[in-house]
Design a protein around this ligand. Structure first.
Ligand SMILES: Nc1nc2c(ncn2[C@@H]2O[C@H](COP(=O)(O)OP(=O)(O)OP(=O)(O)O)[C@@H](O)[C@H]2O)c(=O)[nH]1
Ligand SMILES: [Mg+2]
Length: 458
């Protein structure tokens, strides 16, 4: 448990309950809790639960991150996961409603105003279970108790070449958005992309990453280009090397995922040497941003107020953050429809006077009329690091085109007049072809501006 005895202010500030569902979600919450413990960070979450339909994965996560048993939950009928069949993931949560709420209640979820659900979007347990969980939470709090809660989903998009997972991801995001129209979906879906995180890691820590992968996979890697080519060709099958490759990639990208979670949660937490202006809690993100968000995080920014023009340095910082540090590649022209930024550092750097320069610098990355909401986190220590978190609401995400194309190809592959062919959809996903085609069409509409090229549906 992260809550510290006696530190009332800290516990009061942390109003968030974290849920990790499925393997990816549990890993991210587990490693986040462990990292916070190791770094002795103040409490960011009030309580947490890791849930899975796979007994072995749950045991592994418990051991790896030192999670007490009462914070984990095995549910569903199979005990071996749902193997990407997301409708089973959805039903498993719905059918386990009572035990889910019992356990959440034992862990003290009653008073919280917000939930963060961590999951991959490409698997089955988390991808299908997340919308179900949100429906249940919203029903319980908003419909039965008349109390507004906000729910954030931190969803991980698949690596390149995982076409079956691309299809699951598209279904999940479309489902979350559609449910939101009935006040039963996620208030904010924050997308982190494995393929982009991997690309970032490989670029920034080339030599280290090559060494690491060489060691883990026990193969000779000549250069970084080779790894990038390896990705699509190895990941969609299930042999031993493929599994080890994926595992190694996941270990590489998870620290990056933790950084952004930490950056998002930190403004809402009281710390003695810190001021936040304006006061910001997690709910503010949902109030100010569009429902799908891509974060960008630039850490340890080297800003030197005495050396050269500050407006120029700030502009360079914004450019770099958005173009090189986003968690799903948004390209050069994200055209975001809303922006929230958190600028943190020592008092003489993270100051509101710079707001106008930051606004100017953000201008070319946003749609005309898009709202910009600032937040400054100021530390008394003049040596504290400078970090910039930018949350882009409904940006253009070129890699979604790839995702849509991969999913469309898969749908086409299994389409045809024969019912035998079409039974693939029910068998491997648990839904009809039509439901998946609708989800893809939702995506095409939402992100239509760059859908003039690419694969079309048959
Ligand atoms: N970043 C990251 N990605 C992960 C991790 N574990 C799995 N993934 C990715 O998540 C996707 C698979 O989803 P899982 O979370 O394993 O699936 P699940 O929710 O457990 O569902 P089932 O296994 O189908 O029951 C793949 O795209 C993996 O690459 C992790 O720890 N970190
Ligand atoms: Mg699993």
């Amino acid at each position: 448990m992260l809550r510290r005895g006696g530190d009332e202010e800290t516990t009061k500030a942390a109003e968030v309950f974290a849920i990790g569902i499925g393997e990816c979600g549990s890993n991210i919450v587990g490693s986040y809790l462990k990292a916070s413990r190791d770094k002795k960070l103040p409490s960011r979450v009030r309580g947490y639960l890791l849930m899975n339909t796979d007994r072995a994965d749950l045991t592994k996560v418990r051991e790896k991150y030192g999670i007490p048993k009462e914070h984990t939950m095995l549910y569903g009928a199979s005990e071996i996961g749902v193997g990407g069949r997301f409708m089973d993931g959805y039903n498993a949560v719905m059918e386990s409603k009572d035990i889910v709420f019992d356990q959440l209640s034992n862990l003290g979820f009653e008073g919280v105003s917000g939930f963060c659900i961590f999951t991959s979007l490409g698997g089955g347990t988390g991808c299908g279970g997340t919308p179900a969980l949100i429906e249940l939470l919203k029903q319980r709090f908003q419909e039965e108790e008349g109390r507004r809660i906000f729910v954030y989903v931190i969803g991980v998009l698949p690596f390149e070449g995982q076409s079956s997972e691309a299809l699951n991801s598209i279904w999940a995001v479309s489902k979350l958005l559609r449910l939101q129209l009935q006040e039963r979906g996620a208030d904010l879906t924050i997308l982190l992309s494995n393929r982009t995180m991997l690309k970032r890691i490989l670029q920034s820590r080339t030599a280290d990453s090559v060494d690491y992968l060489q060691r883990e996979l026990n193969i000779d890697i000549a250069d970084i280009g080779q790894i990038e080519k390896m990705v699509p060709s190895t990941l969609d099958s299930s042999g031993e090397l493929e599994q080890r490759t994926e595992q190694a990639f996941v270990e590489l990208v998870n620290p990056l995922a933790l950084d952004v979670v930490e950056a998002m949660l930190s403004p809402g937490v009281h710390e003695p040497n810190k001021d936040v202006f304006p006061t910001t809690d997690l709910a503010d993100y949902a109030r100010k941003l569009d429902p799908v968000v891509v974060p960008a995080l630039y850490t340890d920014v080297g800003l030197i107020p005495d050396a050269g023009s500050m407006p120029q340095q700030l502009k360079a910082m914004i450019d770099y953050a958005i173009q090189e540090c986003s968690y799903a590649d948004v390209g050069d022209q994200p055209n975001a429809e809303s922006v929230y930024y958190v600028f943190s550092g020592p008092r003489h750097i993270s100051k509101a006077e710079y707001g106008m320069h930051l606004k100017e610098a953000l201008d070319k990355f946003i749609a005309p009329g898009a709202a910009i909401t600032p937040c400054y986190v100021q530390y008394n220590d003049p040596d504290s690091p400078v970090n910039l978190l930018v949350l882009l609401g409904l940006p253009k995400i070129p890699e979604l085109v790839q995702l849509i194309n991969e999913a469309t190809q898969l749908v086409n592959l299994h389409s045809g007049p024969s019912p035998l062919k079409q039974s693939w959809f029910m068998r491997s996903k648990g839904v009809t072809r039509k439901e998946l085609v609708n989800a893809i069409n939702d995506f095409r509409e939402l992100f239509s501006y760059y859908m003039d090229t690419g694969t079309t549906m048959q």
